[in-house]
Ligand binder design. Structure first.
Ligand SMILES: C[S@@+](CC[C@H](N)C(=O)[O-])C[C@H]1O[C@@H](n2cnc3c(N)ncnc32)[C@H](O)[C@@H]1O
Length: 348
């Protein structure tokens, strides 16, 4: 798939999007995962969070990022804008940069601009699972990078796992150095084991030098967190509710009536985790693959988690993944102490 833009003489005018999805478009695994998650015993049921990230979900998340109360976006953008030159120095001369879950790439532009200023020839790949959103993000990057001579952008349509597999199968396209970017605190949406395994698979390879520039949010203000994840304008609720609509599409049936489900966000300081839930407004049943699943009024269906990881948790993550922190950059959000930190990790 090629993305054509109307900019001539722009090295980024024609951006290639590689189709890397192993399962293709039918998302067979997604359906199986969804059915398994919905038919667990009560209080363990969930809509897998990956369902939030279809093209509609990306639009709704864009609305979230535009809200001033959604502090993670502002804090990370300020961090990248302020320190990208230092980060480029620290991350070295990788010719291949791969961004996991790139989203709208707005923050990435600051990093790529710093790279271009150093005249470092680089192939940048944005990896994401939402096809239209990826195309739009790359078209926007093309506009913003129309004068770039050294950094060339491409896309990879697929999941984190698809990307790991692609790099293994192709020996990372022969690159000796690979830098991974993973912004938006997205790692904390994954279960701990999955997150540590993914970092291990990406970084711990003998055949090339690898680094990861990872963002994590260490905010501990309950007030700030609860507002950011249940925005007064209802944007968070719409974003989470889109998971039910996407679930219907994956199941090929109107299994969920959105009018039956409310939203609830909760912050647990012990696990340093914010959780978003769908809550049944009444006693009801849903039909999933011939199985009747009952919900009592007030019962919760998990939507997504967002961890708030401080340096102690990041230390444990590194130990479990077999990597080490080379450097980090952080800054407070308003008066609430530490929030976004960008951590540069590499293999021991
Ligand atoms: C929290 S958003 C962050 C977006 C962007 N990196 C930022 O910082 O603004 C998470 C992004 O990861 C993508 N994503 C979620 N799960 C994914 C997966 N398993 N594989 C690839 N991309 C994924 C979503 O589509 C979304 O664009």
């Amino acid at each position: 798939m090629l993305i054509e833009t109307n900019k001539m003489h722009n090295r980024n005018a024609t951006m290639e999007v590689l189709e890397i999805r192993l399962q293709g478009e039918d998302s067979t695994n997604l359906r199986e995962e969804l059915v398994a998650s919905l038919t667990r015993p009560a209080s363990y049921r969930s809509i897998p969070s990956i369902l939030l990230w279809d093209d509609r979900g990306q639009e709704l998340f864009e609305d979230i990022m535009n809200c001033p109360q959604y502090y993670p976006f502002r804090a990370e953008l300020a961090l990248l804008s302020g320190y990208s030159s230092q980060m480029v120095t620290a991350t070295g001369q990788s010719r291949l940069i791969i961004e996991l879950g790139a989203g709208n790439c707005k923050k990435t532009l600051a990093y790529l601009t710093a790279l271009e200023k150093r005249r470092i020839p680089t192939a940048y790949f944005a990896v994401d699972i939402a096809p239209d959103s990826l195309t739009n993000s790359l078209a926007q990057l093309s506009e913003n990078m129309s004068s770039f001579q050294y950094v060339i952008c491409h896309g990879m349509l697929g999941s984190y796992d698809d990307c790991v597999q692609l790099l293994e199968d192709n020996d990372a396209f022969g690159a000796e150095d690979v830098l991974f970017l993973w912004f938006g605190n997205s790692i904390t949406n994954l279960p701990w084991k999955k997150a540590t395994e993914l970092i291990n698979h990406l970084l711990c390879t003998k055949s090339r030098r690898t680094k990861l520039l990872l963002s994590v949010d260490g905010c501990r203000s309950e007030e700030l967190i609860l507002t950011a994840y249940d925005l007064p304008g209802g944007q968070s609720r719409q974003f989470i509710q889109n998971g039910l609509t996407h679930a219907n599409a994956v199941l090929g049936d109107e299994v969920f009536d959105c009018a039956d489900w409310d939203f609830e966000g909760s912050w647990d300081p012990v696990s340093a985790m914010h959780n978003s839930y769908h809550v049944a407004k009444r006693d009801l049943t849903i039909q999933v693959d011939g199985q009747t699943v009952p919900f009592t009024k007030g019962e919760k269906l998990h939507g997504i988690m967002s961890g708030k990881w401080d340096s102690e948790i990041v230390g444990r993550l590194c130990e479990a993944a077999g990597v080490t922190v080379e450097r980090h950059w952080t800054r407070p959000v308003d008066n609430f102490g530490k929030s976004m930190t960008l951590v540069l990790m590499e293999m021991y």
